[in-house]
Design a protein around this ligand. Structure first.
Ligand SMILES: Nc1nc2c(ncn2[C@@H]2O[C@H](COP(=O)(O)OP(=O)(O)O[C@H]3O[C@H](CO)[C@@H](O)[C@H](O)[C@@H]3O)[C@@H](O)[C@H]2O)c(=O)[nH]1
Ligand SMILES: [Mg+2]
Length: 277
C-alpha cells in the first residue's frame, strides 16, 4: 500500500447499500490507472468509500480488497446520513491535493478516472464530468422523467454557474479550493453546484470532460421526491448567497409557482409513480 507522502489523488465514493458495486468499481478504477497510457500513476491514488452504516458486507468487501493490495478504505458513518455530507466527509479525509467524487453504482465510468484526475491543476481547480458535452449521450435506458427533471434542474442553476452540468455527481476539485468554501450545504445531492458557487470557482478554472451516463449496475437509486425539494431549498440559498434580495424574491415566487405546478402534475400520476417520487 502507498505511503502517506505519495498520495496526490483521492477518489471519494459516497455509498449507501452498494456492496454489490464496490468490487467492480475499485478494481476497474485501478485497472484504468495501471494502464501504460494512464496520465496518473496508480500508486499516487487512494479510494475512500464513505458508507452510511449500510451493514451489507461493504466493510468486509473493502477489507478483502485491501488484502489484495488495493489502496481503498471505508469510512462508516453511524450518526449522519446523506450524499452531500458524505462527499464533504470524504474530501476532509482525503490525503490528495486533487480530489474526485464519483458514484458507487458504475453510472460514472471508472475508466474516466485517470483523465478526470489529470485534468486538475493549480490553474484548473475544478473538473466536471458532463453529460451534455459533444459526442456523448445519456444511456437510452435512463427514464424520460429523470431526463426532464435533470433538464429543469439545470436550467434553474444557469444563473449560478457557467458549468454545463452542475448537477453531475462526477466531479473533482483541488483541495485548496475545497478548503476555501464556507457553509457548504450538506443536505441533498448537489454538492458540485454548492462548491462551484461557494469555492468561487471562476469559469476559466473549470475543465469539462464529457462522459456517457450509464445505468445503475446493482441496487436502487436513492433520489427521492424529498431530494428534489431539498434541491429547490439549496437553489434558494445559493441565489441568496450570490445575488441581491430582489432577485431572491423573484426566485421564491417562481419556485412557489413551480411547486404548485409539480403538485398538480403529481396528483395526475398513478399511485405507483407517486410512491417513487
Ligand atoms: N453515504 C451515502 N451515500 C449515498 C446516500 N445517498 C446516495 N448515496 C450514494 O450516492 C451515489 C449516487 O446515488 P444514486 O441513488 O445512485 O443517485 P442517482 O439517482 O443515480 O443520482 C446521481 O446522478 C444525478 C444526476 O442525475 C446526480 O445529480 C446525483 O448527484 C447522483 O450522482 C451512490 O453511490 C449512492 O450509494 C447517502 O445517504 N449516504
Ligand atoms: Mg445512481
Amino acid at each position: 500500500m502507498s505511503s502517506r507522502q505519495t498520495i496526490h489523488y483521492s477518489v471519494i465514493v459516497p455509498a449507501f447499500r452498494e456492496n454489490g458495486n464496490i468490487r467492480p468499481l475499485v478494481t476497474r478504477i485501478f485497472a484504468a490507472l495501471r494502464r501504460a497510457d494512464s496520465p496518473v500513476p496508480a500508486e499516487q491514488v487512494e479510494v475512500i468509500i464513505v458508507d452510511d452504516n449500510s451493514r451489507d458486507g461493504s466493510v468486509e468487501n473493502v477489507q478483502s480488497l485491501q488484502q489484495e493490495g488495493y489502496n481503498v478504505r471505508i469510512v462508516v458513518r453511524t450518526t449522519e446520513r446523506g450524499l452531500s455530507s458524505a462527499v464533504v466527509r470524504g474530501f476532509q479525509e482525503g490525503m490528495g491535493d486533487n480530489m474526485l467524487c464519483m458514484d458507487a453504482d458504475l453510472q460514472h465510468p471508472p475508466e474516466y478516472v485517470p483523465t478526470m484526475l489529470a485534468s486538475l491543476s493549480p490553474s484548473s481547480t475544478f473538473v466536471l464530468g458532463t453529460r451534455y458535452g459533444k459526442g456523448v449521450e445519456m444511456d437510452k435506458d435512463w427514464p424520460v422523467h429523470r431526463r426532464i427533471i435533470s433538464a429543469g434542474a439545470r436550467i434553474l442553476a444557469l444563473p449560478l454557474t457557467s458549468a454545463s452540468d452542475p448537477m453531475s455527481g462526477f466531479f473533482g476539485i483541488r483541495k485548496e479550493s475545497f478548503l476555501k468554501a464556507r457553509n457548504l450545504n450538506s443536505q441533498g445531492f448537489k454538492i458540485a453546484l454548492d462548491l462551484l458557487v461557494k469555492a468561487h470557482i471562476p469559469p476559466h478554472a473549470i475543465a469539462e470532460v464529457p462522459f456517457s451516463f450509464g445505468i445503475r449496475a446493482e441496487g436502487e437509486s436513492k433520489l427521492t421526491g424529498k431530494v428534489m425539494i431539498k434541491y429547490l431549498e439549496q437553489l434558494a440559498e445559493l441565489y441568496w448567497y450570490k445575488f441581491s434580495a430582489l432577485v431572491v424574491f423573484l426566485l421564491v415566487l417562481f419556485v412557489v409557482v413551480l411547486l404548485i405546478f409539480a403538485r398538480s402534475l403529481m396528483s395526475d400520476l398513478p399511485p405507483a409513480a407517486q410512491h417513487k417520487y
